[in-house]
Design a protein around this ligand. Structure first.
Ligand SMILES: Cc1cc2nc3c(=O)[nH]c(=O)nc-3n(C[C@H](O)[C@H](O)[C@H](O)COP(=O)(O)OP(=O)(O)OC[C@H]3O[C@@H](n4cnc5c(N)ncnc54)[C@H](O)[C@@H]3O)c2cc1C
Length: 340
């Protein structure tokens, strides 16, 4: 396994559960990539809104995908309460799209209701929620380590091939190599580079705010901006990727003043939060050429998953599990749905 974020660890857990001998490596730390640096939203569906997904894939396939992501959210969130997500119609032109989104979800039998409240007006999706992705990944890592899996941090794959990984310090040979490095998938696996384009996403967090700003995962401007209030009262917010223009298509993980100042302005002006900014960060994800991720066998002995379009907490887990299932059972419902 190359890549020990949420996706790779999900694959490992599935494989080790079936008695497979697994070795995992990561160029950095476990959950040190996007998994440990993300907004913590667990959103059902693809990276596109449900009505758009239904338009592209057809209602049946869109519903089946949505249903599997709702189940995955349940498994990830466990017994933590579901707080739901709010898609706020901002700018107001988004109202029409929110109504279509609501109607299509309702027609398909999924939960959604109209919302008006302190965050704005839009759609409340009760199946969605938030979690702590880094803590969850580390818990998974502890479980698989306890089951005997060998995980090696600070061990980069410099080249991957069917059944073989070169680390620069040695070669790992295996029946199957799974590469789950999302943001760096394209650079590591040239065969999918045109469908896994790295890009930078930025966030910041404030000191704890002594009042409730929101209890939900909130996103607006077509999902470009997203924020939540963490259990300790901090606001964690990301977005304004578009402010960078083409500069956002990079594997560089430095924060930039133009994006960070927009995030900070949002916190001050829109949320009315004056608490100091305590953390600023950026991480790399990759975008595919459509609404679906890259999750496939490149050649026998080499499978890849990534390009989740910035929404990999749920889909990444499903992709990791699917590649494991394909190895174990020769197929997977999730892979069938992605292939269409
Ligand atoms: C700021 C930000 C906010 C986000 N918010 C959300 C959100 O709220 N909800 C959501 O669903 N998604 C969100 N995402 C996307 C989500 O974080 C990712 O899609 C998801 O974490 C991908 O998980 P992964 O395990 O596939 O990749 P990663 O977590 O990136 O893990 C890949 C691992 O591979 C390692 N690696 C890379 N190259 C190599 C190599 N050559 N050899 C060995 N190891 C290597 C990395 O060190 C890393 O640990 C966000 C992303 C960012 C950056």
């Amino acid at each position: 396994m190359v890549g020990l974020g949420g996706s790779g660890l999900a694959a490992i857990e599935r494989l080790v559960g079936a008695g497979v001998d697994v070795v995992g490596i990561d160029s950095g730390l476990i959950a040190g990539g996007a998994t440990g640096a993300n907004g913590g939203f667990l959103l059902a569906g693809t990276s596109a809104f449900f009505d758009e997904t239904a338009e592209v894939l057809g209602p049946e396939r869109a519903s089946a995908i949505y249903g599997m992501t709702v189940d995955a959210i349940d498994r990830i969130a466990g017994d933590r309460p579901r707080t739901g997500s709010l898609r706020i119609a901002e700018p107001p032109e988004e109202l029409e799209s929110c109504r279509r989104h609501l109607e299509t979800l309702g027609d398909a039998g999924f939960g959604a209701e109209w919302y008006r409240g302190p965050e704005g007006e839009g759609l409340l999706i009760p199946d969605d929620t938030t979690y702590n992705p880094m803590a969850t990944a580390r818990e998974t890592a502890e479980r698989v380590l306890a089951a005997g899996v060998r995980l090696h941090e600070n061990t980069a794959a410099v080249e991957v091939a069917p059944g073989r990984v070169e680390t620069g310090r040695g070669t790992i040979e295996a029946d199957l190599v799974i590469v789950a490095v999302d943001g760096l998938l394209g650079p590591l696996v040239p065969a999918v580079a045109d469908r896994a384009r790295p890009t930078r996403l930025q966030m910041l967090a404030t000191d704890p705010v002594g009042r409730t700003i929101t209890e939900r995962a909130v996103y607006l401007r077509w999902g470009l901006e997203y924020y939540q209030q963490l259990p300790d009262g901090r606001i964690a917010i990301g977005g304004f990727r578009d402010v960078e223009g083409d500069g956002a298509w990079t594997t560089d993980t430095d924060t930039t003043p133009e994006v960070q100042s927009r995030l900070e302005d949002f916190v001050r002006d829109r949320l009315g939060v004056t608490a100091p900014v305590s953390h600023r960060w950026a991480a790399t994800v990759s975008f595919s050429d459509g609404i679906l991720p890259v999750c496939e066998t490149v050649s026998p002995g080499l499978s890849v998953a990534g390009a989740y379009n910035g929404t990999g907490n749920v889909i990444g887990r499903l992709c990791g599990e699917a590649l494991a299932d394909q190895y174990l059972a020769g197929g997977s419902t999730w892979l069938d749905l992605l292939r269409g």
